[in-house]
Ligand binder design. Structure first.
Ligand code: SF4
Length: 245
C-alpha cells in the first residue's frame, strides 16, 4: 500500500473511532509513525480530514475524559482470575495533569474495600513522602500494575500482570507525567520487563514510554525496614531534580 492509500486508511479509521464517540485513540506513537513512514502523528485537529503534528503523546483532547473512558472500558472487568475474589476494581486516582505518577503493584485489603489506591498504612507513608516532596496527594497520580487485589496479598502472576498492565500503560500515556516512580520489585520488574533486584534498580532512571522512570522501594517494605527510608528519600531527591529540569 502506498503512502497516500495508508493515509486515507488511517483517516478512515480515525473517523470511525470519532463516530463511535471515542475521544482517545488507542494507538501508540511509534505504530502511527511506522504507518506513515516516520511522519509523526499524535493528534487530530478540529478538521477531521487533516493530520497534524502536536507535542501530545496520544489523540486525547481532554485527559479527564480519556481516563474516564478507560475506566468505563475496564468496567466490571473479568479479564483475569483476580476478578473472582476482589470487592472493587481499583482504577487509580489523582490529577490527570500530574507531573509525578506513582505505580505500585496491586491493591491490598484496605484498597480493595475502599476502591482507592494506597489508603492503608503503606498508603499513609506514601502520602507523607509526597508531602515531604513539596506536593499534595491530589497533585500526583497513583495507580497499580494490577487493579484487583490478589488473594492473601500474594504477588500477581505473570499472566495476570500481562492482562492488566496495558491499562496502567494507557493511564501513563494519557497523563504523560514528567517522571514515574515505581514502587517495589513487582512494579519495577513488570514495567521494565527486567528481572534485576529492586535494590540494584532503585536510584537509577529508566525509560517507560519515553517517560523517565525511577524504581524505588514499596512503602510496605519501608514499614518493615524503616532504616531504608533514606534510600527512598535519596530517590525522591533525584526525581525532584529531574522534574525541575
Ligand atoms: S486485575 Fe486487571 S485484568 Fe484482572 S480482572 Fe482486575 S482489572 Fe481485569
Amino acid at each position: 500500500m502506498d503512502k497516500q492509500a495508508m493515509t486515507a486508511e488511517l483517516l478512515k479509521a480515525i473517523k470511525t473511532y470519532e463516530e463511535l464517540g471515542f475521544r482517545y485513540l488507542p494507538l501508540k506513537q511509534d505504530r502511527i509513525t511506522d504507518l506513515l513512514h516516520s511522519r509523526p502523528v499524535y493528534a487530530v485537529s478540529e478538521s477531521r480530514e487533516k493530520i497534524m503534528t502536536a507535542p501530545q503523546p496520544c489523540l486525547s483532547l481532554d485527559k479527564d475524559s480519556a481516563l474516564q473512558q478507560l475506566k468505563e472500558e475496564i468496567g466490571d472487568c473479568t479479564r483475569c482470575r483476580l476478578h473472582k475474589e476482589r470487592k472493587n476494581v481499583v482504577f487509580g486516582e489523582g490529577s490527570s495533569e500530574a507531573r509525578l505518577m506513582f505505580i505500585g503493584e496491586g491493591p491490598g485489603r484496605d484498597e480493595d474495600i475502599q476502591a482507592r489506591p494506597f489508603v492503608g498504612e503503606a498508603g499513609r507513608l506514601l502520602t507523607r513522602l509526597i508531602e515531604k516532596m513539596g506536593m499534595k496527594r491530589e497533585d500526583v497520580y497513583i495507580a497499580n500494575i494490577v487493579k484487583c487485589r490478589p488473594p492473601f496479598n500474594r504477588d500477581p502472576e505473570q499472566d495476570e500482570i500481562a492482562t492488566c498492565k496495558p491499562f496502567v500503560e494507557r493511564q501513563a500515556e494519557i497523563i504523560h507525567p514528567g517522571v514515574i516512580m515505581s514502587l517495589g520489585r513487582v512494579s519495577a520488574q513488570s514495567i521494565l520487563g527486567m528481572k534485576m533486584p529492586i535494590g540494584r534498580m532503585r536510584g537509577n532512571f529508566f525509560s517507560f514510554h519515553n517517560i523517565p522512570l525511577m524504581p524505588t522501594f514499596h512503602p510496605a517494605y519501608l514499614l518493615r525496614n524503616p532504616k531504608d527510608k533514606w534510600l527512598v528519600w535519596d530517590d525522591a531527591q533525584k526525581v525532584l531534580e529531574k522534574l525541575k529540569n
